[in-house]
Design a protein around this ligand. Sequence first.
Ligand SMILES: Cc1ncc(COP(=O)(O)O)c(C=O)c1O
Length: 447
Amino acid sequence: MTKQDTASWVEKDKKQLHPVYHPKSHVNPLVVERGEGVWLYTTDGQKILDGMAGLWNVNVGYGREELAKAAYDQMKDLAFTSNFAGMTNLPSIKLADKLAGFAYEGLNTTFFTSGGSEANDSAFKTARYYWKRKGKPGKYKVIARKGAYHGVTLAATFATGLEKYQTMFGPAVDGFVHIPAPNPYRFEGELKAGETVGQAAARALEEVIVREGADTIAALIAEPVMSVGGVIVPPDDYFPLVRAICDKYEVLLIADEVITGFGRTGEWFALKHWNIKPDILSFAKAITSGYAPLGGIQLSDEIRETMESAAESEAYMHGYTYSGHAMACAVGNKNLELMEKENYPARAKELGKRLIEGLKTLSEFSFVGDVRGLGLLCGVEIVSDKESKTADGAMAMKIFKTAQDRGLRTRPVMNTLAFSPPLSINEDEVDEIVKRLGAAMDSLSGN
Ligand SMILES: Cc1ncc(COP(=O)(O)O)c(C=O)c1O
């Protein structure tokens, strides 16, 4: 295709309203035509290394025929049928069976959605449902962390702890309370003498539970590694403390593993790094590596059991047309098979070390404040001054654009450049990310 073709596609594209849209953010969109492995090909002839695996989700890489075939075969037989109570289909049965106990022992029940926002909405509603069934209907609030991203349904928008997602959509939904995130580089809570960031952030959780009243709190929702909020890897002492506090006050722990699930951080699921497990798990994205829209929640056996003895008037009246979509679940089954065969968590661990070591060599640039990551989920935080750690979002944006012109796709999240490449990436391609980012930074240093 030619540049002229691209211009006409871009013109026609104006009929579409894109997610997180502002006219300035969609001036020269990349028109992507094809993908293979970690590479994207645009209509105007660019070849771009996708350091973001799409939106943190294309874990097995682009162009996998096995997944196309799984979708084709299933669509031919049965693309869709209702999965509402009273009916089911084979791919959703197989996938729920595969997922039982797969992420965490004791989480054996799956409820399917089409994506991560729906998964989190389902998690909130399920937490409320559970406490009503337990005779504690006053427990309805959800605690979340500042900087968290949980999606864009109305409830998920206000569980999210990033103001820019909320400004134009208020008033806020009632019942969400935010606490400081366990950010080792720039902790925004109060740090007492002798306390670690992990301890202080966990104390903030306990204090808010006591302040609001444990009898009003249904759950805490937390991403094991905050991603859209700046790729924040918590200190090791944080999550074990959080789990203990949740247990002490009867607060359900919802792990939002929409990004960290399915191998991204070097474990199949990320709370494994700290040997704890949630009561409810939200997943989406890499369950199909982005080849079909699918998400869901998994529930502890204790939550599931509360449903079994409910009166008919207390039915779980929640579900989406596409819950347990046959084609999407067939793709999910095949995708999991590929990820297991190719041992993706181990690859993420191994290649993640290589990526972070490479990115650390860029610390010499005056604007690189911090380099961090877990598995193949990494961030490079951009500051205007290393000493004061002043965030420099404008510089992060410049580096992002320059890197894209040099054939590397990253994503500025706050003032941090995120990296979350396909887990199918090889060593040379990891080195290529570092090389291209370094060249982009070099061309801007001194500007
Ligand atoms: C941690 C987390 N939760 C939820 C979501 C929302 O998922 P979706 O965009 O599929 O609705 C995202 C999306 O990026 C996410 O990163």
